[in-house]
Design a protein around this ligand. Sequence first.
Ligand SMILES: [Zn+2]
Length: 274
Amino acid sequence: MSETVELTAVRKKELNKLADFVSGMFSKGNVTLLQEITAFEELNVYVDHYEDCFDGMLVFDEEQFHIHLNIDRRNNWNTNRGRYSLSHELGHYYINEHRIGLQTGLLEPHTSFAEADKNDLIELEADYFAGCLLMPYQKIYYFDGVKKFSLDKIKTISASFQVSLLAAAIRYCEVCPHELMIVVSENNKVKWYERNEHFPKWPFRFKVHGSLPPTTVAGEYFTKANSRFETIETVKPDDWFYPFTGDYRANREMNEQCFYSDGFGYVISLLWFK
Ligand SMILES: [Zn+2]
């Protein structure tokens, strides 16, 4: 199994601070104003056709920075995907080590994909920065605090901050005060997961790139006919995990709610406790 790279808590804090500083200057309501940021920094942005080569790319050339956004992969100023890709490239620009690396040639200009390599530290940093820039902690943490958690909350965040559902789910998972885990799957295989610090560290009944556990909502969707459920479903912790013996949480009921991304073919499972 390949080793997974993770950002340290200290590094996350630094990136968060940097992103907060930028979004604090350029936002209206919950929306971070990316066009204002690129104008202020005098960055050249090109929205153009680059086929399937990348989502976004930052290049340093003739003493200037240039950001390319690929409209062939639905990246534009006002699409959720484009806003995310642009924020990711702004991460490469604002994070000192990345920008100086590009300016000095120590860091090769690279293409970035929205479904980034989860083992590339540079990409993880830019992704984390993008999430913070588009959804500042103070705004998302207090977002609609009264309402009980469900997929609806993620949908509301997605609309309010103008980000994709997946970006909203990842950022909310990181900052929310309750146990939450996200599992993204495709063709009955687990692609990746995010588990927040509150969620029990139980071993999984799945492996990344392996099959989904069969008795989960997502697992049944892929393996059983007429099993597409969009409502909140009750599952048991041991449908997904091997709970530690004697852990009081093992007897609690869990919720699983799925979002089916028909365009991209993946399923997001949100897992939380009742
Ligand atoms: Zn990148």
